[in-house]
Design a protein around this ligand. Structure first.
Ligand SMILES: [Zn+2]
Length: 237
C-alpha cells in the first residue's frame, strides 16, 4: 500500500491550511471580520428596537383610548352632578366617582409620558445603531477589497499546490485517499496521519490496543486511533 503518496498529499493540504491561516491572521482580515460582526449586531439591535417601538405605539394607542373614555365619563358625571348639592348622598357618590376617574386620568397621563420618553430614547439609540451599521459596512467593504488583494497574492501558490495534489490523486490508492479525507474531516488539525511511536503509541500519546497493533503488523495501511481519530501507520524501518 502506497502510504507515501497520501503523506505527500497530506503535506500539501497542510500547506494550504497554513496559507489560509496566514490570511486570516492579517490585520485586514481581522478588521473585515470585526466590522462584519459589528454591522450584523447593529442591524440586529435596530430590528429589536423597531419591534419594541411597535409595541410602544400599540400601548400608546391603548392608553389614549382609555384616556378618552375616562375623560368622557368624567365630563358626563361632572355634568350630572351639577345642582345636586341638596341630594348629599348622590353628590357624595358622584364626587367619589369623579375623584377615582381623576386618579385614573392622572395615571394614564403618566403612562403616556413614560411611553413617550422610551420612544424618544429608542429613536436616539436607533439613530446611533444605524450610524454604527453604516460605518461598519464601509469598513467591511474597504477591508474586503484589501483581503481580496491579499488572497490574489496567494493565488498562484494555491494553484501550484492544487496542481500537485491533482497529480497525486492520479497516483494515490483511491481507498486510502478517501479514508484520509474522511479522517481529516473528523480530526480537523494536522497531521491527520501519524507514524506509530515507540512501536505502540498514536501521535496523541495513547497506546493502541493489541488488536490494532496486530492489524498494522499484518500489513493494514492504517488504523484509526479510538481516542483522537488520527490514522496511525507503521513507518518502514
Ligand atoms: Zn490518537
Amino acid at each position: 500500500m502506497d502510504i507515501q503518496t497520501i503523506l505527500e498529499y497530506q503535506k500539501l493540504d497542510f500547506e494550504k491550511v497554513k496559507i489560509s491561516k496566514k490570511l486570516t491572521e492579517t490585520e485586514e482580515y481581522r478588521r473585515y471580520v470585526h466590522a462584519n460582526e459589528a454591522m450584523k449586531k447593529a442591524i440586529d439591535n435596530v430590528a429589536k428596537m423597531s419591534t419594541r417601538a411597535e409595541q410602544l405605539f400599540e400601548k400608546a394607542e391603548d392608553v389614549s383610548r382609555k384616556f378618552e373614555s375616562a375623560s368622557k365619563e368624567y365630563d358626563e358625571i361632572a355634568g350630572a352632578a351639577e345642582g345636586l348639592e341638596q341630594d348629599l348622598k348622590r353628590a357624595e357618590f358622584y364626587s367619589k366617582t369623579l375623584e377615582s376617574l381623576a386618579a385614573q386620568l392622572e395615571q394614564l397621563e403618566k403612562e403616556a409620558s413614560a411611553i413617550a420618553t422610551e420612544l424618544n430614547a429608542l429613536s436616539k439609540e436607533g439613530e446611533a445603531e444605524i450610524a454604527s451599521a453604516n460605518k461598519n459596512a464601509a469598513i467591511k467593504k474597504n477591508s474586503m477589497v484589501k483581503v481580496e488583494e491579499l488572497k490574489a497574492g496567494f493565488a498562484s501558490t494555491i494553484d501550484e499546490i492544487g496542481a500537485k495534489q491533482r497529480e497525486l490523486e492520479e497516483k494515490a490508492d483511491p481507498q486510502l485517499l478517501s479514508i484520509y479525507r474522511n479522517a481529516r474531516k473528523q480530526v480537523k488539525s494536522f497531521p491527520v496521519i501519524v507514524a506509530l511511536r515507540d512501536e505502540k503509541l498514536c501521535g496523541c500519546g495513547i497506546e493502541l490496543s493489541a488488536a490494532e497493533l496486530g492489524k498494522l503488523k499484518d500489513g493494514e495501511p492504517f488504523v484509526t486511533c479510538p481516542t483522537c481519530g488520527r490514522l496511525v501507520y507503521k513507518p518502514q524501518q
